[in-house]
Design a protein around this ligand. Structure first.
Ligand SMILES: [Zn+2]
Length: 236
């Protein structure tokens, strides 16, 4: 009984301490991005924050912040530290897979995570105008848009959309086997090539983005999200 009482006493004392420590760590992570905090975040640090967020997400340790408090704190201004180009796929929601919250990241989503003049203009706004320090092009496996491009689908406006993936399709060789969306390694190769080529295209298609990269004020990365594990792997 004495042993049990002592044990219970220790445990009762330990839980509030652990909870207080966790609450402290959580409140720091829940602080919204301000222009000063954004400016103080180096491009490499911006990428590192996203990597750490995905590690929390895959570990089941996403941080539960008071979102309405963040809404109030960002009402007058926003200063996101990164911009993400992602697919519309319901399983790759960037804010969730990177464990980000209100005011943290810009997101541009379109089937297959490709870019056009509107999205590049949005990225110029995110970086040059508002000050985001990193751009991530986030592809994913089993992507319907990539599979449709591999199968050369013709349907309505999807036909024009799929032309965005021609540069990635052009990386295929005979060694990749039959061009068919059931050929998983081939589909994955196209998805990875598309993310990488899309990321590389940004400095070629946008003098504004190139100037920021050359000045080391901005970093561009390509990454792949695995919809079976939630894990993001980095291509560059
Ligand atoms: Zn997709």
């Amino acid at each position: 009984m004495i042993t049990r009482r002592l044990f219970c006493g220790c445990l009762a004392g330990a839980i509030p301490f652990a909870a207080a420590t966790a609450a402290h760590a959580q409140s720091a992570e829940c602080a919204v991005f301000t222009p000063d905090r954004q400016k103080a975040t180096a491009p490499d640090e911006a990428i590192a924050r996203l990597k750490a967020g995905n590690e929390r997400f895959t570990a089941g340790k996403s941080i539960n912040c008071n979102l309405m408090a963040q809404v109030k704190e960002t009402a007058d201004n926003q200063a996101p530290y990164a911009a993400i180009v992602g697919c519309i796929d319901s399983r790759v929601t960037p804010e969730l897979v990177f464990d980000q919250r209100i005011g943290d990241v810009f997101c541009a989503r379109v089937a297959g995570a490709c870019v056009n003049v509107d999205i590049i203009g949005s990225l110029e706004y995110s970086t040059k105008v508002v000050g985001a320090r990193a751009i991530v092009v986030l592809g994913h496996n089993f992507c319907g848009a990539i599979k449709s491009a591999v199968d050369d689908v013709k349907l309505g406006n999807i036909t024009a959309l799929l032309k965005n993936f021609q540069p990635a399709i052009a990386t295929l060789t005979k060694a990749d086997g039959h061009r068919d969306s059931h050929n998983y390694p081939l589909v994955q190769k196209v998805a990875e090539a598309s993310a990488r080529l899309t990321a590389e295209s940004l400095t070629k298609r946008s003098p504004i983005i190139k100037q920021l990269v050359d000045a080391k004020q901005l970093k561009i990365a390509a990454a792949m999200h695995d919809i079976t594990t939630g894990k993001v792997s980095w291509l560059s």
